[in-house]
Write a protein that binds this ligand. Structure first.
Ligand SMILES: Nc1ncnc2c1ncn2[C@@H]1O[C@H](COP(=O)(O)OP(=O)(O)OP(=O)(O)O)[C@@H](O)[C@H]1O
Length: 330
């Protein structure tokens, strides 16, 4: 659906150059809700804005529905962009127009007949549950309502792809959840491919089936959200996944392991098995169940007094049983 090949972006201001994206390649499949996460300055906005050439890439190719956007002339690009909707952190609504006219705007641009505009906008208002606000102006709406208008406007031309540029960052947690639920429903109902950039792992966990991690303009990890979340491969990914699991120093005695239970391992009595099989006392320091798109992943931090050989045997036993074990202290 979207194929990004060797994409680079360098900003040039006079003599200064900033390399924002370095040789990024990734594939986004039809129907994916694809998350791109990274710390501030990692290159997320540059990447999402390069996808529809709102930002001009320095080099590389971007295929959307097998068409290489990099080869398109202005008018062809304008046409291709009609099938790529976008929503923004600050909503970007037209303040002098009411909700109906904001949603109608892209339809009027392509000279859609009035009757069809009315039908389409009313349908979109229903979809985003704002039928009663059609004649209200943006200044009279809450942040969540403004983003609903942004979503309806982005859907007006029936796009194949929806790009979401930090779409929930300005919203409180409850409103964020409502907007994410709306995006999830739209994805399911219309099979719309959605690309989300965010710095919040909660957003990724809630709606994305795949995720890419950006750091310093490079793609450092990519995969299914459940795999990345249960087996983060490097320290930046771990920062997003485990940042809430730091333990106070006084608990870091003996050997300390972080365990992630997935794929059926959560319903086996593995801790009690370790105790018996390896003749060891296991002390549980913390535990919780996370949900990745409604699928549970168990997280447990345990502490044991064992030597390094026994520790390795225990880790290998756990991994054979689909439990990812990370040594926090040895
Ligand atoms: N117009 C620009 N001119 C020069 N440098 C820029 C420009 N836009 C972005 N950059 C630089 O490119 C790098 C990536 O920025 P970008 O906004 O893509 O990151 P980000 O991950 O979206 O960050 P944030 O989460 O803070 O928005 C940063 O070093 C930034 O300073």
């Amino acid at each position: 659906m979207i194929k990004i090949k060797n994409l680079s972006k360098i900003y040039t201001n006079g003599r200064n150059q900033v390399v924002a994206l370095k040789d990024i390649s990734l594939n986004i499949n039809q129907g994916d809700i694809y998350g791109i996460i990274g710390l501030s300055g990692a290159g997320k906005s540059s990447l999402i804005r390069c996808i529809n050439r709102l930002e001009e890439p320095t080099s590389g190719d971007i295929f959307v529905n097998s068409i290489n956007l990099m080869t398109l002339k202005n008018s062809e690009l304008r046409n291709a962009r009609k099938k790529i909707g976008m929503i923004f952190q600050n909503f970007n609504l037209l303040h002098s127009k009411n909700v109906f006219e904001n949603i109608a705007f892209p339809l009027r641009l392509v000279k859609t007949p009035k009757k069809i505009i009315k039908e389409k906008v009313n349908h979109l208002l229903e979809l985003v549950e704002l039928s009663d606000k059609a004649h209200v102006y943006p200044s009279q709406l809450s942040g969540g309502q403004k983003q609903r208008v942004g979503i309806a406007r982005a859907l007006a031309n029936e796009p194949d792809v929806l790009l979401c540029d930090e779409a929930t960052s300005a919203l409180d947690p409850k409103t964020t959840k409502q907007i994410l639920t709306l995006l999830k429903n739209i994805n399911k109902e219309f099979g719309l491919t959605i690309v989300v950039i965010t710095h919040e792992m909660e957003v990724i966990k809630e709606i994305c089936n795949r995720v890419a991690i950006l750091e310093g303009g490079c793609l450092i990890e990519e995969g299914s959200t459940i795999d990345i979340f249960s087996k983060p491969g490097n320290s930046v990914t771990k920062h997003f996944v485990d940042h809430d699991q730091a333990l106070p120093k006084q608990y870091m005695k003996g050997k300390v392991l972080n365990l992630s239970f997935t794929k059926g391992s959560a319903d086996k009595p593995l801790i009690s098995k370790i105790t018996k099989k390896f003749d060891v006392d296991v002390n549980i320091l913390s535990g919780k169940i996370e949900y990745i798109q409604e699928k549970p992943i168990g997280k447990l931090t345990i502490q044991m007094n064992v030597d390094c050989h026994k520790l390795l045997d225990i880790i290998s036993f756990l991994e054979k049983n689909n439990v990812k074990a990370e040594v926090l202290k040895q």
